[in-house]
Design a protein around this ligand. Structure first.
Ligand SMILES: Nc1ncnc2c1ncn2[C@@H]1O[C@H](COP(=O)(O)OP(=O)(O)OP(=O)(O)O)[C@@H](O)[C@H]1O
Length: 515
C-alpha cells in the first residue's frame, strides 16, 4: 500500500496513546449523547430532499394549486388550538422516523458475522501500519471497530457497508482507493455493480450494491422545457429531479439525466462515445426527436447505414446527409447559419430588442461518426467535416445552435481539438475500461463495471459534474423490422409530419433531404 509516513506524534509511546484513547472515548460518548439530535437532523435533511424532489416533479401548471393547498394547511394549523405545537411534534416524529439508521437492530447472524470478519481480515494488510499504537485494522481484531453500518441481501451477501479507515491511509490517491475497492468487490461477490463513496473529511468509505438500471423505458414525450434533453435515466440519489415516465403501460417516477442546451447552458455541445452497437445512433436519434418540437435538426450520418432514414423529409429536418459531398454542403450551410444568427442576435441586443423569433428556434447539428468521413475527405483532398464544425462549436451557444457528435472509442484520438474542447457534455456507452471512460469524461465512474451492458447503458457527465450511470431510452430505427413493434410505433408517433423542405436563409447546393 502506498502510505504517507506516519506523523511523528504516532510513534511517541504510552502517554500519547492514552491521550488518543481518551479523546476517542470522549468522541464516542459525545456521539451517543447527540445521537437523537443527529437522527432528527438527518431525517429533516431526508424529508427536505424528498420534498424538493416532489416539487421538481410537479408540472409547472400544477404548482400554483399545490402552493395554495399548502398555504391553506399552514393557515389551518396556525389557527387551530395547539396547532403549531402539534405540527412541530409531528414533524420531529416524522424526522426521527425518516432519519433512523437502516441497519439490522438485532445484530448479524453467525454466518453474517463470519463474512464481516473475513472482509475485515482481508482489509488488514491495506489499512494498517506497524507503527500505529491503536490500529483500527489488525489481524484477529474486531470488525466492529471499523464497520459502522452494514446490510445483507436474502442470500447473505453484503449489500451495504460503511467503514472507518485510519487517518494515514492515502485516500486522495486513486491507486490506493482502487486497491481497497478491488478487495471489497472481490470479497463481497463479483457479478454485481458497486458504488464507492469516499468521505475524506471523516475518513469513511461507503460501499453500496447498485441494482441494474431499468431498461424498459422507451422514447416518449418527456416532461421537459425547450432546450432540455433527457439523455437517459440514472439512480435516484444522483439527481434531484424526477420525471413521470410510461413504462410498459404503467407510469412511474424516474430520475433523468437532463442536458440543458441554449444560451444559458454551460455545456452547449455534446460528445457521445461508444463501442460498436452500444447505442450511439439510438441516443442521437432520441435527441433529434426531443429537439424537433422546438427546433430544426440537420443530420450527418458518417456511418452511412441509413439509420436516420425516418427523419428524411420531416418538418424541421432540412437535411439528412450520409455522403461526403452532402455532408460538407450541409455543414457549410450550418456554419453560415450560425454566423447569420450571431449577427442577428448581436444587432437585436444593440437595439435593445429581444432575439428575433426565428433564432429562438434552436438549430441542432447531429454528426454521427465524423472520423470516417474525415478520412474520406483526406483521400479526396477535401475539407475535413470536423473543420466546418468550428464556428457552430465556438459560437453556437450565443446563436442557439447545439452540436452533438457521436464517435466510437477507437476513433476518439482522431477527433479535432475544437470538438474535444467545446463538447463539455459527455456520454460513453457500452463496456469500456475505467481509464477509457475517464479519458472521455475526465473522471472515472465511481462504480465497478456492470456485469451486463445492455445497449444504451453507459455513463454521462455534464461539465465538471458527477459521473452518472446512464440508461438511454429505447429509440429504435422505426424501419428496423427486428425492433419491437411497440417501440417502433412510439418513434413513429413522435416524428413530425412529412413536409416540403425549405432552407429559407441560405440554401446550400447539397442541403436537401434525399427522400
Ligand atoms: N437504449 C437502448 N435500448 C434498447 N435497445 C437499444 C438501445 N440502444 C441501442 N439499442 C439497440 O442496439 C442496436 C445497436 O444500436 P445502435 O445502432 O444505436 O448502436 P451504435 O452504437 O450506433 O452502433 P453502430 O455504430 O454499430 O451502428 C440496435 O438494434 C438498437 O435498437
Amino acid at each position: 500500500m502506498a502510505r504517507r509516513p506516519l506523523p511523528r506524534i504516532l510513534t511517541a509511546k504510552q502517554p500519547l496513546a492514552r491521550g488518543r484513547g481518551f479523546a476517542r472515548s470522549a468522541a464516542d460518548g459525545a456521539t451517543d449523547v447527540l445521537h437523537p439530535l443527529i437522527t432528527v437532523s438527518r431525517g429533516l435533511r431526508r424529508l427536505a430532499a424528498a420534498g424538493r424532489r416532489r416539487w421538481n416533479a410537479t408540472p409547472k401548471d400544477r404548482r400554483g394549486p399545490v402552493l395554495f393547498f399548502l398555504a391553506a394547511c399552514l393557515l389551518l394549523v396556525g389557527l387551530a388550538p395547539y396547532g403549531p405545537l402539534v405540527a412541530l411534534i409531528a414533524l420531529m416524529g416524522a424526522a426521527a422516523w425518516a432519519g433512523r439508521e437502516r441497519t439490522s437492530t438485532t445484530g448479524p447472524t453467525p454466518a453474517q458475522t463470519a463474512r464481516l470478519q473475513a472482509l475485515y481480515e482481508a482489509l488488514v494488510p491495506y489499512l494498517s501500519a506497524a507503527e500505529d499504537p491503536k490500529p483500527l485494522f489488525t489481524h484477529g481484531g474486531d470488525w466492529r471497530q471499523s464497520f459502522r453500518e452494514y446490510a445483507f441481501d436474502e442470500s447473505g451477501r453484503v449489500t451495504e457497508l460503511r467503514l472507518r479507515y485510519p487517518p494515514y491511509f492515502t485516500d486522495g490517491e486513486q491507486a490506493s482507493r482502487n486497491r481497497i475497492e478491488q478487495v471489497l468487490h472481490a470479497k463481497c461477490g463479483r457479478g454485481r455493480e458497486y458504488r464507492f463513496r469516499w468521505d475524506e473529511e471523516t475518513g469513511q468509505l461507503r460501499m453500496t450494491v447498485l441494482p441494474e438500471l431499468p431498461t424498459g423505458v422507451c422514447t416518449q414525450r418527456f416532461v421537459a422545457s425547450p432546450g432540455e434533453i433527457v439523455l437517459g435515466f440514472t439512480d435516484a440519489e444522483g439527481v434531484q429531479r424526477t420525471l413521470p415516465v410510461d413504462e410498459n403501460g404503467a407510469t412511474r417516477d424516474a430520475s433523468p439525466v437532463v442536458w440543458r442546451t441554449g444560451s444559458r447552458s454551460h455545456e452547449p455541445h455534446l460528445l457521445v462515445v461508444g463501442r460498436p452497437g452500444s447505442g450511439v445512433t439510438t441516443l442521437l436519434r432520441s435527441i433529434a426527436l426531443q429537439g424537433l418540437p422546438h427546433g430544426d435538426v440537420v443530420v450527418v450520418d458518417g456511418g452511412g447505414a441509413g439509420e436516420y432514414a425516418c427523419l428524411i423529409g420531416r418538418t424541421g429536418v432540412p437535411a439528412v446527409e450520409s455522403g461526403l459531398a452532402g455532408a460538407l454542403a450541409i455543414l457549410e450551410w450550418a456554419a453560415q447559419e450560425t454566423e447569420r444568427r450571431m449577427v442577428a442576435v448581436s444587432r437585436a441586443r444593440q437595439e435593445g430588442r429581444p432575439a428575433p423569433e426565428e433564432i429562438r428556434r434552436q438549430l441542432w447539428i447531429l454528426v454521427d461518426r465524423p472520423v470516417p468521413l474525415g478520412h474520406l475527405a483526406a483521400v479526396e483532398g477535401r475539407t475535413d467535416p470536423q473543420e466546418l464544425l468550428d464556428i457552430p462549436l465556438r459560437h453556437g451557444r450565443a446563436a442557439n445552435v447545439a452540436v452533438v457528435v457521436g464517435e466510437q472509442f477507437d476513433a476518439v484520438g482522431s477527433l479535432g481539438r475544437t470538438v474535444r474542447a467545446h463538447t463539455r457534455a459527455r456520454v460513453t456507452l457500452g463496456h469500456a475500461a475505467a481509464e477509457q471512460v475517464a479519458a472521455v469524461l475526465g473522471d472515472p465512474p465511481h462504480t465497478t463495471p456492470t456485469p451486463r451492458f445492455p445497449p444504451g447503458r453507459g455513463y454521462a457527465r455534464l461539465g465538471t459534474g458527477e459521473v452518472h450511470r446512464l440508461q438511454v431510452p429505447a429509440t429504435p430505427d422505426p424501419y428496423d423490422d427486428d425492433a419491437p413493434e411497440a417501440q417502433r410505433r412510439s418513434v413513429l408517433d413522435l416524428l413530425p409530419a412529412r413536409a416540403g423542405v425549405t432552407l429559407e436563409k441560405a440554401e446550400p447546393a447539397g442541403a436537401r433531404a434525399d427522400g
